[in-house]
Design a protein around this ligand. Structure first.
Ligand SMILES: [Zn+2]
Ligand SMILES: [Zn+2]
Length: 332
């Protein structure tokens, strides 16, 4: 009998689904690409045909221009080659999907990036029992345990209200994190205008066009220091320490990232208010998901593969590391 999942090949540039002649999240241009979500390390330009959710295709078009894209809705099944393909919510960012592949009685789930806790900007992760679960492991160490999102948002609001002469500048990844922070603030009753860096505006509009309501947003560019005092300003992490932030009224520098668990990372970026908010599963979410899906094998991608592999082995689950290159979630 053939090895389990022998029809799925792992290459440095992505996962190749042989019977469908398709690549998942390839880092090089391919004739047929299936894309889990819009982050640049998963969705690249230059492919022949792209299969993705409508949201992911819209994000790719905003970044790379027109795509030869085919939109697939969550849970819509299609047949390619000898493979049944479905996209199901991954709970990571707007439009993010796990790709469920069925071929000759074997089921493989490619998670892409995922998380398990609720996110007001995207559909919740749907667990699908499978033979092989291909999981990310960005935060695949027991030290990574993300606190409740609500308590982190409360810390942010508390800091804001403590000093109305200052603003709080929050560094947040432009695709997903920024919009999630805004929605979480609204859910906590914060309805003041929020100022945003120009690099986030286009994605904010894209989210709103898909029905994610962000409330009143104002461009930070052109606003005076007096106008921004006592307000929250959201910018990509790269803008935290650059010239751009000098226009702000004595900002308290915050950053929303799972990496903020590591003090040294916060110090490197001169972050005064680290907020541990991530769009990736933490250690408990990773292990809970594997327990729930009960796969025969777990294949592990980008991150700290070793610890999760060891955890699987001690739980009698066969595990292997996939050496895919180019996946980076430095700021997430
Ligand atoms: Zn991602
Ligand atoms: Zn990723």
């Amino acid at each position: 009998m053939a090895r389990l999942g022998s029809w799925i090949e792992s290459h440095p540039e992505g996962i190749y689904v042989r019977p469908a002649d398709a690549w998942i999240d390839p880092s090089q241009p391919k004739a047929r690409a299936w894309v889990t979500h819009g982050h640049a390390d998963h969705a690249r330009g230059g492919h022949g045909a792209v299969l993705a959710t409508a949201e992911t295709l819209a994000i790719m078009e905003a970044r790379y221009g027109p795509q030869h894209g085919q939109a697939i809705a969550y849970d819509e099944g299609i047949h390619v080659g000898e493979v049944d393909v479905r996209f199901l919510p991954a709970g990571h960012v707007l439009g993010s999907a796990q790709i469920v592949l069925d071929h000759k009685g074997e089921r493989v789930v490619v998670s892409g990036d995922y998380k398990r806790r609720p996110d007001p900007t995207c559909a919740c992760f749907v667990p699908v029992p499978c033979d092989i679960f291909i999981t990310e492991a960005t935060f695949g160490l027991p030290v990574f345990r993300h606190p409740e999102t609500g308590s982190e948002i409360d810390r942010l609001l508390h800091r804001l209200h403590a000093d109305p002469a200052r603003c709080v500048l929050v560094g947040a990844y432009a695709l997903g994190k920024a919009q999630r922070i805004i929605c979480e603030l609204r859910a906590r009753g914060h309805h003041d205008p929020i100022y945003v860096h120009g690099a986030i505006e286009r994605l904010n509009q894209l989210y709103e066009s898909f029905g994610v309501e962000l409330g009143e947003l104002r461009p930070a560019t052109g606003a005076t220091k007096a106008e921004m005092a006592g307000h929250i300003v959201i910018a990509p992490p790269g803008a935290l320490n650059d010239r751009w932030s000098r226009r702000l009224p004595d900002p308290v520098t915050a950053m929303a990232s799972g990496w903020m668990r590591i003090r040294q990372r916060a110090r490197q970026r001169n972050v005064e208010l680290p907020l541990i908010i991530s769009d990736h599963a933490d250690w408990d979410e990773l292990t809970m998901t594997i327990r729930e899906l009960e796969p025969t094998e777990v294949w592990i991608t980008h991150g700290r593969e070793e610890a999760l592999k060891h955890w699987c082995t001690t739980h009698q689950i066969k595990a292997r590391e996939l050496n895919l290159v180019g996946y980076e979630d430095e700021d997430d």
